[in-house]
Design a protein. Structure first.
Length: 477
């Protein structure tokens, strides 16, 4: 195709989903695109930064070659000082240098980037409330998680070979599943082999600067880890949602939803794990709550009718949605609540999924719940997401006033998986606690039934309120 397009001598090239060019240096795709000598190039993306500033530089270099210099120089002169200012423990000098470099980056790219943020949509859509729900692990879940984390620590401290690093990477995926529910690690290894491969690849891309060896995982390591965690469970552990703080909360929320008796109030439950969607579906069946399901197993030609029926109220009251399917431009405005059951390393995946219900056509106020298992790898992944959002805002708007509380860190694998406690009364440095009953009636009902969690507000909504206040008032006709 490239030779034919090149022969047409186009004056303008428009690339949608341009963030996919971030890792395309030297690939056939990038080679073919660079051969098209279009004097004007426009790149469209909702996620200019997915993991780090080097990806941003790669995309910009395609838009205007040489604007930021060689990638190696950009890494040294921009990426390192800008990211360092946001790390916990950064000195005043490092913060000052990071601000200076960020200003220079914005000066170089001024006039090259047109950014529209969510606050723009907020001016024209119903109010959106995003709540982070820090969930306490159940006793059995905590015992299994701590046993697994200690085994990972022994791998990385007693053996520094490539195979131990790869085993630790694989362990991240298993511990992430344990943060969802214990029963996921008790299933057969075959049922999770693809999940582990995807989780390892995602983490490997994220942590490439940590010099973790890119080696094949060990099946024996996976078996050893699962065995250690299973052996740590109480003898009377019977399975089910008693092995999940999150699903205990989800059940209580869905019970409250059913008791409200409003058929127009619909919910989307999102997860990156098919096992989690299956558990949510089982909870709905026991509560006699109807469901629709949309994941990678659903044929493409059936998806439109499933979405149409759900939005019109002819489908289920709960939509079970995979993260991958949720990023495919779906419009699920028939729901006004979305519950995100787990956290992706890449914040773009979660943002795209959460955006399914807050978009054109929505007529109700929207509430989004992000369920995060406190003290586990999930909370640390979520905090890294916040760091990536800070980087995104930095390249779009310059220094954002952030004072180096440590969203972006260089934790070792041990530090990431280590259980750091789930004392929910502790104050986090990235948000403010909310009164549960004031925050949401569904969460209030869950608390009344004994569910243990803390609700955190990350965004106080000021930007959205300001955007609404600035909408030009229409003159009467």
């Amino acid at each position: 195709l490239a030779p034919r397009v090149r022969a047409m001598k186009p004056e303008l090239m428009v690339c949608d989903e341009a963030h996919r060019l971030r890792n395309a240096m030297g690939s056939q795709t990038m080679t073919a695109l660079r051969e098209i000598n279009a004097p004007m190039r426009v790149l469209l993306t909702g996620t200019p930064i997915q993991n780090n500033l080097n990806e941003y530089a790669a995309v910009l270099d395609f838009a205007q070659p040489g604007i930021l210099g060689p990638l190696e120089d950009f890494q040294r002169d921009f990426t390192q000082p800008i990211q360092r200012q946001y790390e916990r423990g950064a000195s005043k000098e490092e913060i000052a240098q990071g601000r200076k470099v960020a200003d220079e980056l914005n000066r170089r790219t001024k006039g090259k980037i047109l950014s529209r943020k969510s606050s723009t949509n907020a001016a024209y859509l119903p109010k959106k409330t995003e709540l982070v729900v820090l969930c306490r692990l159940t006793s059995a879940q905590r015992q299994a998680y701590e046993a697994g984390a200690k085994l990972v620590e022994s791998w990385t401290t007693s053996d520094t070979s490539a195979s131990s690093g790869a085993a630790a990477l694989c362990a991240i995926g298993i511990l992430r599943q344990t943060a969802n529910e214990v029963d996921q690690i008790l299933a057969s290894a075959d049922s999770h082999s693809q999940t582990m491969t995807d989780a390892e690849k995602e983490l490997d891309d994220e942590m490439e600067t940590d010099a973790i060896a890119r080696a094949g995982t060990s099946g024996k390591s996976v078996d050893d880890l699962k065995a250690a965690m299973a052996n740590a469970l109480p003898r009377d552990y019977a399975g089910g949602i008693d092995g999940s703080g999150k699903f205990t909360i989800l059940r209580r929320m869905l019970e409250a939803l059913k008791e409200r008796g409003d058929p127009t109030e619909r919910v989307v439950v999102v997860s990156g794990y098919s096992a989690s969607l299956a558990t949510a579906e089982d909870i709905c069946k026991k509560l006699n709550v109807t469901t629709s399901r949309l994941d990678g197993t659903v044929a493409v030609d059936l998806r439109t009718s499933i979405v149409k029926n759900f939005n019109s109220g002819q489908g289920g009251q709960v939509m079970l949605l995979s993260v991958v399917a949720g990023g495919a431009g779906l419009n699920l405005v028939g729901a006004n609540r979305l519950i995100l059951m787990d956290v992706s390393w890449n914040p773009a995946h979660d943002r795209q999924a959460m955006g399914r219900i807050w978009r054109d056509g929505q007529t109700k106020p929207v509430t989004i719940y992000r369920l995060v298992s406190a003290g586990t790898v999930e909370q640390k992944v979520f905090e890294r997401q916040l760091g990536k959002e800070v980087l995104k805002n930095t390249v779009e708007s310059g220094y954002t006033g952030y004072e180096g509380d440590g969203f972006t860190t260089k934790d070792s694998l041990v530090g990431i998986v280590k259980f750091t406690g789930d004392e929910l009364s502790e104050i986090v440095d990235w948000g403010r606690p909310l009164d549960v009953h004031d925050a949401c009636p569904l969460l209030g009902a869950a608390r009344s039934h004994g569910a243990a969690f803390q609700v955190i507000d990350v965004d106080d909504g000021t930007a959205a309120d300001e955007a609404r206040a600035n909408i030009p008032k229409k003159e009467p006709i």
